[in-house]
Design a protein around this ligand. Structure first.
Ligand code: CTP
Length: 403
């Protein structure tokens, strides 16, 4: 989303200013034009040269600096911006913005811009919780500013509380989401499932599988970045929940079925990237099963097939399945496509080491109802996600938006 977009990054005087360097660097690596505007207090913590080095762009520090290409026309940055991000934002800048003060370049830019404004506060917990700061934040939200954080944690003063700058990855996620608002999935509700479910055997053991959840999480993030409202129904994973995605955590296949039935009631598409365990133990031992009694037998009961049975209110959302196969990839996947009445299926060979379970990359084959088979090369899961969503986006106009 950020590629070729102009992002004005306002940095203000908080100890968290050093973290904004990583934000500027990541945005630049992702292809954005990052124009950093620093307040005078921010420069007490980090030098403009640091930002200049990571962004390869001039850094604006003064309103009346004749050397700067932006200062001559004090609202030029405001006009160029696709998004203004203030990270970290102190109580002071929040108060100034709420009051419409324009006594430095950052305030002028925010006041004059028509671009969305994202604010990531970082300050002492008492300053954050003070009535006046909360009133200022509420005023800015009313005017359409989006806030991310602050997070709870250890603050510079040594105290614990709300006031830490949000995680950089969360700020990046929100930036993508804000820039993606007008994307090709805007106004659509997409449900994605991810991870391998777990079926308890006793209080400490379960039946599971090797699904890492990465493909589903990549799909949820990519759909969010293209403007969709996303519900991610996730089995347990080691992954961080994506920002601005509604995450429903489940453990068992039956719980996943119920969560998906609820989430798809008004969905435009369901993408089942999860690996639900197909069987559950008939009884779950209440206490830990002890060894030493010789062989034990587990009686397993078949779980429902979620994709086959799920229906929207009118049964008319797009259904996308995955097929994890170790042999006869296209033949087995085509059978699943038909049996589960899918719009298309994403098949992958789980015996390959560079794709499938646990890998960051995936090599998949897309098969649609007409029998058309499209082989994709080995790609990062984020790019596979976009290819899948391209297909979903092509099919969507043929169906009515629900909202
Ligand atoms: N799936 C499902 N409910 C299940 C099992 C699988 O909805 N109980 C979905 C998966 O999320 C995937 C597709 O069905 O999108 C195919 O899953 P896969 O594990 O490849 O196949 P199965 O249908 O379970 O068949 P088999 O294990 O025999 O290959």
């Amino acid at each position: 989303m950020v590629g070729d977009r102009t992002i004005v990054l306002g940095v203000t005087g908080s100890i968290a200013a050093y973290k904004a360097v990583e934000l500027a660097s990541k945005l630049t690596q992702d292809g954005a034009w990052v124009d950093v505007v620093m307040t005078r207090s921010a420069q007490e913590f980090v030098t403009p040269l640091t930002f200049r080095s990571v962004t390869q762009r001039p850094v604006v520090t003064e309103m009346f600096d004749l050397e700067s290409e932006f200062s001559i026309e004090h609202v030029s940055l405001a006009e160029r911006a696709d998004l203004v991000v203030i990270a970290p934002a102190t109580a002071n800048i929040i108060a100034k913005l709420a009051g419409g003060i324009a006594d430095d370049m950052l305030c002028c830019t925010v006041l004059a811009t028509k671009a969305p404004v994202l604010v990531a506060p970082a300050m002492n917990v008492n300053m954050y919780e003070s009535q006046v700061t909360q009133e200022n934040i509420a005023r800015l939200k009313e005017r359409g500013c989006k806030f991310i954080g602050p997070a709870y944690g250890r603050l510079a003063s040594g105290a614990w509380g709300l006031g830490r700058l949000a995680e950089i990855d969360d700020i990046l996620g929100t930036i993508n989401q804000v820039l993606g608002r007008g994307g090709d999935l805007a106004g659509r509700r997409i449900v994605v499932s991810a991870g391998g479910t777990q079926e308890p055997i006793d209080p400490v053991r379960h039946i599971g599988n090797r699904s890492s959840g990465r493909m589903g999480y990549a799909l949820a993030e990519a759909a969010r970045d293209r403007g969709a409202e996303v519900v991610l129904v996730s089995a347990p994973t080691a992954l961080t929940p994506p920002i601005d995605v509604e995450v429903v955590q489940v453990q068992t296949t039956l719980q996943m079925r119920d969560a998906i039935a609820a989430a798809t009631a008004r969905a435009d598409a369901l993408i089942m990237a999860a690996a639900p365990v197909d069987y559950h133990p008939k009884t779950v031992a209440k206490t830990k099963i002890k060894k030493g009694t010789g062989a034990i037998t587990l009686e397993l009961v078949e779980n429902p097939d979620i994709l086959s049975e799920v229906k929207g209110e009118k049964g008319d959302f797009i259904k996308v399945g995955f097929a994890a196969e170790s042999e006869n990839l296209v033949k087995n996947a085509t059978e699943k496509l038909k049996n589960k009445r899918l719009d298309f299926i994403v098949a992958n060979d789980i015996t390959a080491t560079d794709s499938g379970f646990g890998a960051d990359t995936n090599r998949v084959v897309l098969i649609d109802r007409s029998g058309k088979v499209t082989k994709l090369p080995l790609l990062p899961k984020s790019e596979v996600a976009d290819k899948i969503l391209d297909r979903v986006a092509e099919l969507l106009p043929k169906r009515k938006a629900k909202k």
